[in-house]
Design a protein around this ligand. Structure first.
Ligand SMILES: *Cc1c(COP(=O)(O)O)cnc(C)c1O
Length: 391
């Protein structure tokens, strides 16, 4: 039986390789924003999500260490059993304040949050029509699929299309839920949140917004794009593993919503609580992030400089206006070749291929950090000379 399974896997891997879709883990040693390969060669990391450089911040490291010494290496149980330290509840209070929400709840990861909150929402809402942006993250798709609800996908950030779907469905029974990201992970553009909220309110739809790439970087004091619209988005989730420099995720909303999730969300209930070190790092990140205006200005300036350099060479960066800048290439093989060309120059921009992005829309996803040196960004801009204009 073991051999049969190996053979099936090998055949499938060969198929993926043929389509340029084989993925491999590549180990690195990390030194700041530099990655050192096993052979000693170095790459500047333009693919990570440590947008503010918080993952190496001495205060996060110190508090993670301190909370480990005080509370131990593990939480020892799920949150509802004995995994809720009083320090954890205080962090959730800080999170709620950071998001301008009544309450917040920490999840073990963003994937786990989206994949399990949406099914819990389905229990809450009953019969529901879901409208999802076509470019939503895989974890949101998982959640909607697991909820067993009908999903309509609207064209990316196209509110006219969304309105036409809502109008078409007007006679149908059930509630409506709109699901989107605020800053899109692979395109680096932003949802038109004000208009989206107005549309949701017009049609009596609930709104679920994933702020994975906005948290810490966008919105007032880095509180995310939803922070500009307090109380008007029903469910706000985000991650801690990106700009906040640590690990984990959160959901913010009303007290009743959070209490409901504590009671009914399987991904919260049936999983061991995050270790004290992780909560400690989050606690420190929440102290620092609102004050990091200089870092936010720096990361946005890096991205703008790169977009301008790409424009001068007729390379498309799509609708990006954040710290995430795709270099749209198209074919899988051509995108892998472009990645290799950058690597020859000591720069890492990872090729993102289907199914992470739509078929035929492979790209290099470049992402910027306040920790990048100006000369690293200059080098990346110069390296664009070696990339051919996509067909
Ligand atoms: C990264 C990401 C997630 C998953 O978060 P993790 O904490 O890494 O599991 C969810 N949604 C979006 C949009 C993301 O980019």
């Amino acid at each position: 039986m073991g051999r049969r399974l190996d053979e099936l896997a090998e055949a499938r891997l060969a198929e993926l390789a043929e389509g340029g879709r084989l993925r491999r883990l590549r180990p690195y040693r990390r030194e700041g924003t530099d990655l050192v390969r096993p052979d000693g060669t170095r790459l500047v990391d333009f693919s990570g999500n440590d947008y503010l450089g918080l993952s190496r911040h001495p205060q996060l490291i110190a508090r993670a260490r301190d909370w480990t010494e005080r509370y131990g290496a593990g939480a020892s149980a799920s949150r509802l059993v004995t995994g809720t330290l009083d320090a954890y509840v205080a962090v959730e209070g800080k999170l709620a304040a950071f998001k301008g929400a009544k309450a917040a709840l920490v999840f073990n990861a963003g994937f786990q949050a989206n994949a399990t909150i949406l099914p819990a929402m389905a229990e809450l809402l009953g019969e529901t029509l879901i409208y999802a942006d076509r470019l939503n993250h895989a974890s949101l798709h998982h959640g909607i699929a697991a909820a067993g609800l009908r999903q309509q996908r609207f064209r990316h950030n196209d509110l006219d299309h969304l309105r036409s779907l809502l109008e078409r469905d007007q006679g149908k029974p059930g509630r409506r839920l709109i699901v989107t990201e605020s800053v899109f992970s692979m395109d680096g553009d932003r949802a038109p949140l004000g208009a989206l909220i107005a549309l949701a309110e017009e049609f009596g739809a609930h709104l679920y917004v994933d702020e994975a790439h906005a948290t810490g970087v966008s919105g007032p004091q880095g509180r995310g794009l939803t922070a500009a619209h307090p109380g008007r988005v029903d469910v706000v989730m985000g991650t801690v593993g990106k700009a906040l420099g640590g690990f984990g995720a959160y959901v913010a909303g009303s007290r009743a919503l959070i209490d409901f999730l504590v009671n009914r969300c399987a991904g919260f209930i049936y999983s061991t609580a995050l270790p004290p070190a992780v909560f400690g790092a989050l606690d420190a990140a929440l102290d620092l992030a609102p004050t990091m205006e200089a870092e936010r200005a720096r990361v946005h300036a890096h991205a703008e400089r790169f977009r301008e350099a790409a424009k001068r060479r007729d390379l498309s960066t799509g609708a990006s206006d954040t710290q995430i800048v795709p270099l749209l290439i198209g074919g899988n093989m051509a995108t892998l070749a472009a990645q290799a060309r950058l690597e020859e120059q000591g720069l890492l921009g990872v090729a993102i291929r289907p199914p992470t992005v739509p078929e035929g829309e492979a790209r290099l996803r470049l992402s910027f950090s306040a920790a990048h040196r100006d000369e690293d960004v200059a080098r990346l801009c110069d390296a664009l000379a070696g990339l051919e204009t996509p067909a």
